[in-house]
Design a protein around this ligand. Structure first.
Ligand SMILES: Cc1cc2nc3c(=O)[nH]c(=O)nc-3n(C[C@H](O)[C@H](O)[C@H](O)COP(=O)(O)OP(=O)(O)OC[C@H]3O[C@@H](n4cnc5c(N)ncnc54)[C@H](O)[C@@H]3O)c2cc1C
Length: 482
């Protein structure tokens, strides 16, 4: 009887890429060093758990499409991949128990930061270690992993600017390293093992993400072009939703088709980014990538955020009015405020929303409609293709003035002046609100004045009145001894 193959298993989750993948690199290297070893990549779709986390259907489809493509890309590198369909995170446990019985000698993966994901990983790690399987975690979600950027007294930064300063100093010191592409020397035949794992093959999605390309090389090229040709203008164009002034990479970063390390590396190569805090497009884009890391560091340091608690505890007592009717108007893009409505329709129709509009719509929900930010956070998650707990929670708590480094509660966006400033010709609004197509650049931001030619959804609230109510709601909880 032939000796069983020693399997080095890579469990792919939020690092769905073949290049700069630490877990894959180490598994392939280990397998190539031993004639009796082989490498196997595994992905387990867990639709029921995804739904519990309010993951949008477009993101679910996007993941499935990317996994199918990755299976092809990995095969070209000599790595076999098994993509399986389960329901819940707990269903992963028997898969790895079975793999361990079938000869797995080591597991390689990248940690996830959310609570249930960590529980699942702890259980599986314990099971495998008890069975004598080595377990290797490579934390590469961030260029600087959580816990590595701390204040002088060893605490997590709660304010972005000093975090960024420290982050940049660390980058200067350490540089950024990307893992090379690897090739497995022998291809493992998965046909026999697939049947023994007692889970069906991963299903196709609903094709809702069809507009989003999923080939890794194409996305790396998009990133390269952005760094080469567009990033210089980023500071000037990034706030205008009508212009393609941002990278459009968030969905790919969220599921790890590309890594933040690759972005920083490419930025340094193409745009000669200075590590000073200047106002060049490249530096400002780098800052956005650092915001992404800031929120992940905060999430790991304050796991209570996963339980939907506000960062500023006193704001938990705010008495939101939580009108279901107003919430529905906001979700459907029928508030009567064109910029808010156009933005919500962009989200509903495409699964993505421009950052400036995320700030405007989030502020509007909380500070004009007085609805608990958690309702909006969940709605965004259920619609976004780039839904990411840390960035979404951070963005919502920033807008709601309940988070770390949040906008002060008395700074309240005026949706009409924001619209005039960031969509001056009204072209973005026209794209999503055909009912306002004939409005002039002057009237489109507020089509409610007498003599305005088109009828539009009536404004659900008066901004000035709403603003006063917000100030009172916050004043109640911000009072000493309140
Ligand atoms: C209320 C609210 C909710 C948000 N929810 C999410 C979310 O679920 N997922 C998500 O990836 N981003 C979220 N953001 C941040 C930001 O809006 C998006 O990352 C950005 O619009 C994506 O477009 P882009 O890839 O073209 O970004 P670019 O401007 O090209 O930025 C490059 C990358 O930096 C990161 N980034 C940029 N801005 C931020 C930020 N403010 N916070 C954290 N990371 C950032 C993203 O990974 C982005 O792809 C949210 C912001 C707000 C205000």
């Amino acid at each position: 009887m032939s000796k069983p193959v020693a399997l080095h298993v890579v469990w792919l989750r939020n690092d769905l890429r073949a290049y700069d993948n630490a877990a894959l690199f180490h598994a392939v290297t280990a397998a190539n060093n031993d004639a009796d070893s082989a490498v196997l990549a595994v992905f387990v779709a867990t639709a029921a758990s995804w739904q519990q986390h309010h993951m949008s259907t477009i993101k679910q489809d996007f993941i499935r499409q990317r996994v199918r493509q990755l299976t092809v890309e990995l095969a070209e590198q000599g790595v076999a991949m098994l993509a399986l369909e389960a329901n819940h995170y707990q269903d992963c446990r028997p898969v790895f128990a079975k793999l361990s019985a079938l000869g797995m000698v080591a597991l390689y993966s990248q940690p996830e930061y959310e609570l249930r994901e960590q529980q699942r990983d702890r259980q599986i790690t314990a099971d495998l270690q008890a069975a004598g399987v080595a377990v290797h975690w490579y934390d590469r979600q961030c260029v600087m992993p959580p816990g590595s950027i701390l204040t002088q007294s060893g605490d997590t930064y709660k304010v972005f600017t000093p975090f960024k300063r420290n982050w940049l100093a660390r980058l200067q010191q350490l540089g950024v390293r990307c893992y090379p592409r690897v090739r497995a020397e022998k291809f493992y035949d998965v046909s026999a093992i697939g049947e023994q794992l007692a889970l069906p093959a991963m299903q196709n999605g609903d094709n809702s993400a069809a507009a989003w390309p999923v080939a890794e090389q194409q996305i790396l090229e998009q990133m390269r072009q952005f760094c080469q040709q567009q990033v210089a203008d980023y500071q000037r164009t990034r706030d205008f939703p009508e212009q393609a002034g941002t990278s459009g990479l968030s969905a790919y970063l969220a599921i790890g088709v590309i890594s933040a390390q690759q972005c920083v590396n490419r930025l340094q190569l193409e745009a000669a980014v200075t590590l000073e805090q200047d106002k060049s497009g490249a530096s400002v884009w780098l800052s956005e990538l650092i915001w992404r890391e800031f929120y992940k560091h905060i999430l790991v340091a304050y796991p209570d955020l996963i339980k939907h608690n506000p960062f500023q505890a006193d704001t938990a007592a705010i008495r939101w009015s939580n009108s279901k009717t107003l919430f529905d108007a906001w979700c459907q893009g029928k508030t009567g405020y064109p910029i808010v409505d156009a933005a919500m329709r962009q989200l509903n129709q495409t699964g993505w929303m421009h950052n400036r509009l995320r700030m405007i719509t989030a502020s509007f929900l909380v500070k004009d409609l007085h609805i608990d930010w958690r309702w909006g956070e969940q709605y965004f998650m259920s619609r976004l293709i780039d839904g990411d707990f840390a960035a979404n929670n951070g963005g919502w708590q920033w807008a709601a003035s309940t988070g770390t480094d949040a906008a002060p509660y008395f700074r309240i966006f005026n949706p009409v002046t924001q619209s005039e400033r960031f969509d001056p010709a009204g072209n973005f609004i026209r794209r999503y609100l055909p009912e306002l197509a004939k409005q002039s650049a002057k009237t489109i931001h507020w089509p409610h004045n007498k003599g305005t030619p088109a009828e539009y959804w009536p404004a659900v609230v008066d901004h000035n009145d709403a603003r006063k109510i917000t100030l009172a709601l916050f004043a109640e909880v911000k009072k000493p001894n309140a």
